[in-house]
Design a protein around this ligand. Structure first.
Ligand SMILES: NC(=O)c1ccc[n+]([C@@H]2O[C@H](COP(=O)([O-])OP(=O)(O)OC[C@H]3O[C@@H](n4cnc5c(N)ncnc54)[C@H](OP(=O)(O)O)[C@@H]3O)[C@@H](O)[C@H]2O)c1
Length: 347
């Protein structure tokens, strides 16, 4: 198999590290450049001995000339704003880019600017695609720039997409009550996510202010053909990885639980990373750790005509790096699951 040379920008962060872990064993790629501002000159395995014997590249700089001399595809796993500062340079050098930040997830620059800051590469927004392959697989194929979705939006959109597309979602009824592990906040040393501030506790944050809300609304509205409003409350739980979403929505028409399960089965047929649980089994973040799976289950309360969907992902895998590799596979013409067949950790 032809090996594509890839660079990971921000390879010392949690999303970048997960990319290194997955791509080190990907049969269609060769790690060619890993960048870090903090560890220049040190080899990857000196800093991260977990991959000793597998990855010993030195960390290098991220200048487009340097990266283009070594790689064909770039994964940008850096904070938003930094990403859109560097991506035009990579594209000008003929590289393909999967961006894990929020900078290329929105079709509407004004919406991005309302929640983030001025967008300095707006000309690229019309050619990017929202890289949720379960919805946009065909659009991702052959693209040179893909905006990889956020972790919470992946969990919520996959949980509600079949209902939105079928016109069964009451557009102003969606409540997304989500819990995330601490790696969702990245690897930088911050007081609020240090051990004693998080361990043995459980708290909500950014209520009505979280920047992932417009991303959920963009995709669910497009599926529903009408504006869908999402009331989203994120919570921090003392675990390293994982997101569990408990998603509540009113149904526009009464439906039996088994009918909805059949709707989900049909919607996700041929989508290998979505696993719909049978009646009586509920998702657990422990069942998806280290894997690209999204586990779903649903219940219907006939009295209130309300559906409750449970959705579990690993934020670093399906919520970030695994999904980025899935997009890479589609962009390069590889089978969608290549390098992602890794089973979840047990226990
Ligand atoms: N964590 C998640 O669950 C998750 C999920 C989905 C998407 N994402 C997105 O993925 C991106 C990375 O997130 P993360 O959680 O991995 O964050 P992180 O752990 O803080 O890592 C950020 C990485 O970017 C590098 N970096 C920081 N500022 C930079 C700059 N100005 N120029 C170049 N490199 C810079 C950092 O390392 P050096 O200082 O060594 O260069 C580090 O390697 C973010 O856009 C985030 O929103 C994260």
């Amino acid at each position: 198999m032809k090996k594509i040379k890839v660079a990971i920008i921000g390879a010392s962060g949690y999303a970048g590290l997960e990319l290194v872990r997955l791509l080190a064993r990907h049969p269609g790629c060769e790690l060619a450049a890993l960048t870090s501002l903090e560890y220049p000159g040190r080899t990857f395995d000196q800093v991260f001995p977990a991959l000793a014997g597998l990855v010993n590249l030195p960390f290098s700089g991220a200048a487009p000339e340097e990266i283009a001399a070594r790689a064909e595809v770039v994964f940008t796993a850096v904070p938003h704003q930094a990403a859109m500062g560097m991506i035009p340079g990579y594209l000008e050098k003929g590289l393909k880019v999967v961006d894990l930040s929020a900078d290329f997830r929105f079709k509407d620059a004004a919406l991005y600017e309302k929640w983030y800051q001025a967008h300095t590469a707006q000309n690229l927004l019309k050619e990017t695609v929202y890289g949720l392959p379960e919805l946009h697989r065909e659009e991702v194929r052959g693209k040179r720039l893909v905006g990889n979705p956020g972790c919470y939006p992946t969990c919520v959109i996959l949980g509600l997409a079949p209902l939105a597309q079928a016109g069964l979602l009451q557009p102003d009824s969606v409540i997304a009550d989500c819990k995330s592990g601490v790696s969702g906040a990245g690897r930088q040393a911050l007081l609020g996510i240090s051990f004693c501030e998080v361990n043995d506790g459980f708290r909500a944050y950014k209520v009505l202010e979280h920047r992932h809300t417009p991303e959920m609304e963009q995709e669910l509205s497009a599926l529903a053909g009408t504006r869908v409003k999402v009331t989203f409350t994120p919570h921090l739980v003392p675990m390293s990885r994982g997101i569990l979403g408990t998603l509540y929505a009113g149904l526009t028409e009464s439906r039996a639980e088994e009918e909805l399960r059949e709707l989900y089965r049909r919607f996700y047929q041929g989508r290998p990373f979505v696993r719909l649980h049978p009646a009586g089994r509920l998702p657990d973040t422990r069942d998806v750790r280290g894997s690209n799976f999204c586990d779903l289950a649903l219940r219907v309360d006939p009295e209130s005509r309300r559906v409750i969907v449970l959705s579990a992902i690993d934020n670093l895998t399906k919520g970030a790096a695994g999904q980025a590799v899935q997009n890479f596979n589609l962009m390069l013409g590889f089978p969608e699951t290549l390098g992602l067949e890794v089973a979840p950790f047990i226990p």
